[in-house]
Design a binder for this molecule. Structure first.
Ligand code: TMP
Length: 202
């Protein structure tokens, strides 16, 4: 099974991934954890290029293709082989981030981004996508350690959020929005409940 986590900046996605991994560890369930862009040597090098604040000249098409290139490598080097071995794969961001950030945020269009990513993911789509549903106005995003993407305007992040919401409705139940609770453990329990209901974990 393949599960991805999505959300805007500063919504507690990393905390939730950590709490989920702790739950799986406690209950003796194994998983392969990866993040995008990254998690292979080549994908991590591509990540550096994408997020480098010096790369102000990068065109939006270059950016979209670099995310797809990083993904193509990760799918073939790690995700597909793990799924073929019958393992649970949990990925921090995936193609929905490209649709939301490049498709809606950069206004390149969701359809174009899906087309660019089709050969990259090569049919490898998540069984479940957890979307941490917190709008940018309510997030804990700070600008202190901002990478190139994090330096974008509030309007950009509003479009990204609206894009995610739009994609939920066309995902046939694959993308499940989870409203984060003030208590991170309550949020974690909601996520675990969805994954158990779908028979992905025990
Ligand atoms: P992170 O902050 O979750 O590590 O993600 C890195 C940044 O890259 C974040 O601002 C979201 C952005 N991103 C895209 O714009 N498109 C993508 O396809 C992915 C995976 C991430």
């Amino acid at each position: 099974m393949f599960v991805t986590f999505e959300g805007c900046e500063g919504v507690g996605k990393s905390t939730q991934l950590r709490l989920l991994s702790e739950y799986l560890e406690r209950t003796g369930q194994r998983a392969v954890y990866v993040r995008e862009p990254g998690s292979t040597d080549i994908s991590e090098q591509i990540r550096q290029v994408i997020l480098d604040t010096k790369n102000t000249a990068m065109t939006e098409m270059t950016e979209a293709l670099l995310y797809a290139a990083s993904r193509a490598q990760l799918v073939r080097e790690v995700i597909k082989p793990a799924l073929e071995r019958g393992e649970l794969v949990i990925c921090d961001r995936y193609v929905d981030s490209s649709v939301a950030y490049q498709g809606y945020g950069r206004q390149m269009g969701a359809e174009l981004i899906k087309k660019i990513n089709a050969p990259a993911v090569d049919g490898c789509m998540p069984d479940l996508t957890i979307f941490i549903d917190l709008s940018p106005e309510h997030s804990w995003r700070t600008y202190r350690t901002a990478d190139r993407l994090e330096q974008e305007s509030n309007e950009f992040f509003k479009r990204v959020y609206d894009g995610f919401i739009n994609e939920i409705s066309v995902s046939n139940g694959r993308i499940v929005p989870i409203k984060p609770d003030f208590d991170k453990n309550v949020t974690s329990q909601k996520i675990i409940a969805v994954m158990r209901e779908r028979g992905i974990i025990k």
